[in-house]
Design a protein around this ligand. Structure first.
Ligand SMILES: [Zn+2]
Length: 347
């Protein structure tokens, strides 16, 4: 069963987070605080992981994840476990050139005290024989959510984080993770830095890994700061054009992208020809559940630029802010849409 995604055509997965149960965190809320503490919280997170896994399995998702049930925020939860960052010392910075946020301060050399997600990944591995994917923040997105009073160089801090991420990734691999994904929404914003050192630091983060590696680049959750920003991007979103040529040359195996309902011209995928592509065929910024045929038509369009054996149907981004019912419907639509295309390809 393990690694069966290498044999199955169009293996489905999600970009990351899934809704949390209401007994664990406030539902339909991004970055909601936990409702439990201490031992109860540990057990609650594990139970939520089981539920989330079960939902994915019922919906027929091929490459499963923890649904990010064990973390509050896709970047901050990782950084909380590191030395050198003071969470009580906060400064206001502009995140991804889009919105102001109060963020922690880098006050000294950053390092990892102990593994962050490895126990959680091991727990997920025990629950299923299916291939599993684990998400980590990417170096560039990490530095963009901090105030740096120590290195005073975005690039230097990114290289330090890349080393830490590499330690974590190697342990996740040893725990049985099949695909390690780095979330890099910042790749859609800081184009010069992406090409100067962003992709290089990402490659440092995956150095020596034998499992598959992915980078997820999206236009963010369906929150107001993001939807307002999207309105300024015009009728054609060509941001991917900036990072794709260098990513195509990079050692990253899989590129995870937002496609359905976005204004990304599909022909940009030509620029990463040869890479495996997680094609976002589910819009996470709307409660409208896609029909299987809508999913299929997005995948069909992507197939013009991605070889069938390299196409991984996926969601545009995480689904934490959605209701469980909507998320469930979207997962089922993703599976059913992929199945339509599998049948077409087998004819
Ligand atoms: Zn995303």
């Amino acid at each position: 069963m393990k690694n069966s995604f290498k044999n199955k055509l169009l293996p489905t997965s999600t970009a990351g987070s899934l809704p949390k149960p209401s007994w664990l965190a406030e539902p339909e809320t991004l970055w909601s605080p936990w409702k439990l503490q201490d031992e109860q919280l540990i057990e609650g997170k594990q139970d939520a992981l089981r539920v989330s896994l079960h939902e994915q399995q019922l919906a027929g998702i091929d490459i499963v994840s923890d649904g990010e049930q064990t973390r509050q925020h896709f970047v901050t939860t990782f950084i909380e476990h590191l030395n050198g960052v003071d969470f009580s010392k906060r400064e206001t910075v502009r995140i991804r050139n889009r919105y102001d946020a109060s963020v922690p301060t880098v006050v000294g050399a950053v390092s990892r005290q102990k593994p962050v997600f490895v126990e959680d990944a091991r727990f997920l591995r025990q629950q299923t024989d299916q291939p599993i994917k684990w998400a980590l923040p990417g170096p560039m997105t990490m530095i963009d959510t901090l105030y740096d009073a120590h290195y005073k160089s975005r690039e230097k801090l990114a290289w330090e984080f890349a080393k830490i991420l590499n330690q974590e990734a190697k342990e996740l691999e040893a725990a049985g993770v099949d695909i390690i994904q780095f979330d890099e929404p910042a790749f859609n914003v800081f184009f010069d830095e992406v090409n100067e050192w962003g992709i290089a630091t990402l490659e440092r983060a995956i150095e020596g890994l034998k499992c598959e590696t992915a980078v997820h680049i999206c236009y963010g959750y369906g929150i107001k700061a993001n939807t307002d920003w999207k309105k300024t991007l015009g009728s054609e979103w060509r941001q991917y054009e900036e990072a794709f040529p260098k990513l195509q040359q990079s050692s990253i195996d899989i590129i995870s992208l937002e496609c359905h309902n976005s204004h990304v011209p599909m022909d940009l995928l030509e620029l990463i020809r040869g890479k495996k592509v997680m094609v976002g065929a589910i819009d996470v910024a709307t409660n409208t559940i896609e029909t299987p045929e809508e999913v299929a038509s997005t995948l069909r369009a992507a197939l013009q630029f991605v070889d069938a054996d390299k196409l991984y149907p996926c969601t545009n981004c995480g689904m934490t802010p959605l209701s469980r019912e909507v998320a469930r419907g979207k997962l089922k639509a993703l599976s059913a849409g992929a199945e339509i295309i599998r049948k077409e390809l087998s004819r």
